[in-house]
Design a protein around this ligand. Structure first.
Ligand code: S3P
Length: 182
């Protein structure tokens, strides 16, 4: 069953640790669509992201990430795709996103603090001179304007379980006029 009116894929963007993967998986379930996650696709093929950063560098990671995303965005079926936080920096990816409905999951440092402190797979938050939450804030500040520019919709994810947020997002998407591809 697919209750979304628009014949477009849904792409979730936003900074690290805001819940793009968990909300995305829930949304896909509600919408009866396949769920894809760029970090997961990367790791299935190339192993853990931190190891890739340390062995080959961020630049290599970004090139591979952009290729993976381009191949998903070239598909003609409709799915829900969550992007790694920095994927939107690639100008090719930015252009390809014009074909999808892009949702920016917005949060702040307070909302993601506990998740960041529990650790995880995020080499960009490892810094010798900044704590991970400060580092998160800085990375977010650097990218915020890109997220806002690319977004068709913004969802505040500071409060609420993934289930509640996905239901809220589903309602927003269902009631969204236009931007349909026939
Ligand atoms: C990154 C975010 C990560 C992952 C990589 C780089 C970033 O994904 O792609 O560690 O540059 O913001 P999440 O946003 O899922 O944490």
């Amino acid at each position: 069953m697919n209750r979304l009116p628009a014949h477009r894929s849904i792409v979730l963007i936003g900074p690290m640790a805001v819940g793009k993967s968990t909300v995305g998986a829930q949304l896909a379930r509600l919408a009866g669509r396949e769920f894809l996650d760029s970090d997961q696709l990367f790791e299935e093929k190339h192993g853990p992201i931190p190891a890739a950063f340390s062995s080959y560098g961020e630049r290599w990671f970004r090139e591979v990430e952009a290729r993976i995303i381009a191949s998903v965005l070239a598909r003609r079926d409709q799915y829900v795709l969550s992007l790694g936080g920095g994927a939107v920096l690639d100008t090719g990816t930015q252009q390809l996103l014009g074909q999808s409905t892009v949702v920016f999951l917005e949060a702040d440092a307070d909302a993601v603090r506990e998740r960041i402190k529990r650790g995880g797979n995020r080499p960009l938050l490892q810094s010798a001179d900044q704590d991970p939450v400060q580092r998160w804030s800085q990375v977010f500040a650097d990218r915020e304007s890109v997220y806002r520019r690319l977004a068709d919709l913004t969802l505040d994810v500071r409060d609420g379980s993934p289930e509640v947020l996905a239901t809220e997002l589903m309602t927003l998407l269902e009631n969204r006029p236009g931007k349909e591809v026939q």
